[in-house]
Design a binder for this molecule. Structure first.
Ligand code: NAP
Length: 270
């Protein structure tokens, strides 16, 4: 039976880079909202020696995620889920950022875990911006609302992000909050699905030269000068980090976040 690695947001950036570092015997499914992008990604992944499929999915829509999970399960045994789909402050307003980045992660983890077995792994991509929020904005009790009352959860997250002054900063707060939620929810999922032998972890990139990172770079403040090497990350560096984190040989890496930001978050405290 084929082993399937599904990558949401796999049509570009780090998700696409990760695909190329996966073992060649894994069948790759890339998904996102734009079929033309996915078809180009499939051609690149096949050129690197994998069998690959494109399947559209909007991760902010549970039915769309469920349908993607069914498609993948129909191809073989789902062993690796890399949830890299995401939108940034320059791309969307507060509500969409929260629905895609936060609720999308809930849908991906919940719908895929139903189809996964012991020995498989889910990696949720967060962001180092999750570490930059003032402590008073972080309320894990409120995060649990995402599992009970999605609309109330979204409203509360928007209300908090409205504490910022400008429109861009409101979106920036919503983005950082949605990614802080991802840190919490990946840990929550690790506990929940660990009982069934499914490993869950998150990975937080810093500023990376993908379509998204290049779009955000003008607003990134000191993010580059605070890194050890004073540079943005390369998509392939993040792709390699993601692919190794989801390798079966890393079976004891669960319930943690891997902060992969060139030192931007930790070095500024020195
Ligand atoms: N680049 C950075 O500096 C940076 C820093 C920290 C964290 N991150 C995170 O890293 C992840 C990967 O981003 P990237 O930098 O590789 O940027 P990217 O190239 O823009 O990749 C993001 C992908 O997500 C897909 N996507 C967006 N909304 C979606 C939705 N609702 N449903 C399904 N797919 C969706 C996009 O395709 P479609 O538009 O076709 O759907 C796109 O291919 C994101 O979660 C991002 O938040 C990036």
């Amino acid at each position: 039976m084929s082993e399937i690695c599904v990558i949401t947001g796999g049509g570009s950036g780090m998700g696409l880079a990760a695909a190329k570092y996966m073992p060649k015997d894994k069948v790759i499914v890339v998904s996102g909202r734009t079929m033309s992008k996915l078809e180009r990604a499939v051609a690149e992944i096949e050129a690197s020696g994998h069998k690959a499929y494109a399947h559209t999915c909007d991760t902010s829509d549970r039915n769309s995620v469920r349908e993607l999970a069914e498609f993948c399960a129909g191809l073989g045994k789902i062993t690796n889920v890399i949830n890299a789909a995401g939108l940034s402050p320059a791309m969307a307003k507060q509500e969409q950022l929260i629905r895609v980045n936060a609720l999308g992660t809930v849908y991906v983890n919940q719908e895929f875990s139903k189809k996964m077995e012991a020995g498989s792994v889910i990696l949720d991509v967060s962001s180092n911006s999750a570490y930059l929020l003032p402590k008073f904005l972080i309320n894990e009790k409120q995060y649990k609302l995402a599992l009970k009352d999605e609309d109330k959860f979204v409203q509360k997250m928007i209300k908090k992000s409205n504490l910022a002054k400008t429109d861009y900063n409101k979106a920036g707060f919503a983005y950082a909050l949605s990614k802080n939620f991802v840190l919490w929810y990946a840990r929550y999922s690790a506990k929940e699905y660990g009982k069934r032998g499914i490993r869950v972890l998150s990975l937080s990139p810093g500023l990376i030269a993908t379509d998204m990172g290049n779009l955000e770079s003008d607003n990134a403040g000191d993010m580059v000068s605070q890194t050890a090497e004073k540079r943005m990350g390369k998509p392939e560096e993040l792709g390699y980090a993601i692919a190794t984190a989801v390798d079966e040989r890393n079976g004891y890496l669960a319930g943690v976040d891997i902060l992969c930001d060139g030192g931007a978050t930790t070095l500024k405290k020195l």
